[in-house]
Design a protein around this ligand. Sequence first.
Ligand code: EPZ
Length: 425
Amino acid sequence: MISGNKPLKGRVDISGAKNAAVAIIPATLCAGGVHTIENLPQIEDVRNYIAVLESMGAKCRLLNPSTLQVDARKANSTVHMPDNLKGMRASYYLIGALLGRYKHAVVPMPGGCNFGSRPIDQHIKGFEALGATVVQEHGSIFVSAQRLVGTKIYLDVASVGATINIMMAAVYAEGETTIENCAKEPHIVDCANFLNMCGANIKGAGTGVIRILGVKTSDMKDRDYTIIPDQIEAGTYMIAGAITSGEVVVRKVIPKHMEALSAKLQEMGCEIFAGDDWIKVRGKTELKPTTVTTLYYPGFPTDLQPQMTALLTQGNGTSYVTETVFENRFQYIDQLARLGAKVKIEGRMAAIEGAARLTGAHVEATDLRAGACLVVAALAAEGATKISNVHFIDRGYENIVDKLKALGASVRRIGDGEAPIVMEA
Ligand code: EPZ
């Protein structure tokens, strides 16, 4: 429950990056030793991933709420995914990690937020190019290879998941593997850094071409790693500061990762100040309209598109958002409209009418970032907003109620946060 229309003021510490965590946790299976991972966000996806690794025979120990020690030496290569976790999207990283380390893996098909089909054809293309056979049946993916031999792989889509997955599958492949047209997200660099710390030989992560020279499993060492801060969590709080005409400082961030958003907020009239590991956003009552096109990093992140759309309802004119990464990532617009937004969708573009008067209502989160969008809009809306299905939000935001309260928001969790099951007539 959020009572909005109050400027947020204060500082918020940003947690570790969800999309780095869900790659580096399975990467410990690829490295195969005993690894301590620090700065993990305390979110559902991390808790779920730990449960999956334990079900595979890896020994997991939380040394503190955000530090995980994984002993991957005895993990097996068949994943018995507990039913409640089959919805996880990032379970696909287990395929690359296990194929790389064991040349064999059986992993349930991944789930994930439902904004358009989420194929993994590019992942499979990479695995097959390395010499694996891939069979999909009974809802699982079976991959195996006699040998994994380095080769050149060209991605038809600069897919984040495929880039990381093929990188892991190639760590021990014989010779050199080149991945071309790969994505450049910070969490790709983070995962490559972890694997290189352990003894892998990965060059070019963060650029459009990644080269992996195969190493032996005996080359790998037990190494610890601290993951990067979450650019999407940081961006969500920055946007919350802007939409409430407040003044929010996000701390423990890497300002360089936030450049696309910072530039857009400045274009809209917000004041942005940045230090080594913090950014201050001073919102303005008069916000200019703008246009946003989501692109792969370093472009404007698709995971901030819903939150940005909420902010653009407050610009003093019509704004336009084009979603180039996912085919159907405007499904949240119906719920945003219940709070007073006026948005017209044409294909991959949204036209957002400005100066919309937002008023509280009962809305439902339909996926993780759609939920974040509703939180941002509710913080600006007059009156009370009740958001159901907050489990989506808990997947990617650590302690969101406490963090918002510390910024002065009037927010509380009620009941189990689940939408009442409305029986179809
Ligand atoms: C990762 O998803 C993130 N999830 C997503 O974050 C993020 O939105 C996305 O990257 C883009 O940045 C995780 O890291 C766990 P993609 P992923 O492969 O890997 C198409 C969040 O809110 N595609 O880059 O699934 C695909 O359909 C989540 O934290 C293929 O066609 O994204 C999509 O249109 C949401 N074939 C586009 O590429 C493939 O084999 C981008 O997908 C793979 C992808």
